[in-house]
Design a protein. Structure first.
Length: 230
């Protein structure tokens, strides 16, 4: 009697992960929503926003304050055709925002304008790249097809997801204590011998920081300027 030979399952050859596969995985992140709410966010005496579960993330402007100040040339929540999700988005995106965030704003001009309007911006300058550029730079993921500020709006309201660490890291590199653009602005003010709130000094960088939930304060300027004196 011939004995049966036990053939184990064939092991599939290990596939190499190329850049496109990694990007595809990132853009399909699944959300993990927490029970925390935006109302739990507090401000310290210096105006910094404190998120108990992410103490490393310390913007000093809420999403509402960013919108009310005048940002993105009024175009952030315009209708788009996403190259990431392959879907089209319209008014439903800005309508998910708390209505008090939009109080007093002209939606068609300041929120969902299809054409960039410099006059909307607080510092009356244009800054930022196109959605296509953001997508091609792999900065956009499927859960937030509009980008970082859409992520911030949802994070502030309590949503938590696997993408939070990456987005907070991007914020820190731009706007944190050692952030590129925050310190770029401080350096320019310091070299000009100007005040921290002299808006004629680098209005473009100030507008960039505003889009990332930050405005330069006197304390932040002084703390960094002391180090520049050494």
């Amino acid at each position: 009697m011939t004995s049966k030979r036990n053939y184990g399952k064939r092991k599939k050859p290990k596939e190499k992960r190329n850049t496109e596969e990694v990007v595809a995985k990132i853009t399909k992140l699944e959300e993990t929503v927490s029970s925390s709410k935006g109302s739990e966010v507090k401000r310290d005496k210096n105006g910094v926003l404190l998120f108990p579960d992410h103490p490393e993330f310390q913007p000093n402007l809420t999403p509402k304050e960013v919108l009310q100040a005048g940002s993105f040339g009024g175009t952030y929540f315009r209708p788009i055709d996403s190259g990431i999700t392959k879907q089209s988005y319209g008014d439903e995106v800005w309508k998910e925002l708390p209505q008090d965030w939009l109080e007093g704003l002209n939606i068609k001009k300041q929120v969902s304008n299809p054409n960039y309007d410099i006059s909307v911006n607080k510092y009356k300058v244009k800054c930022g790249g196109s959605l296509q550029m953001w997508e091609e730079s792999n900065w956009i993921v499927a859960q937030d097809p509009y980008g970082w500020f859409q992520w911030y709006c949802r994070f502030y309201q309590g949503r938590r997801s696997d993408d939070d660490k990456r987005q907070i890291s991007r914020w820190a590199k731009c706007t944190g204590v050692t952030g590129r653009w925050r310190n770029n602005l401080i350096g320019k003010i310091f070299r000009a011998g100007a005040r921290y709130d002299d808006f004629s000094i680098s209005p473009v960088v100030r507008q960039v920081l505003l889009h990332w939930g930050y405005t330069l304060t006197e304390d932040d300027y002084k703390n960094r300027a002391e180090k520049l004196k050494k």
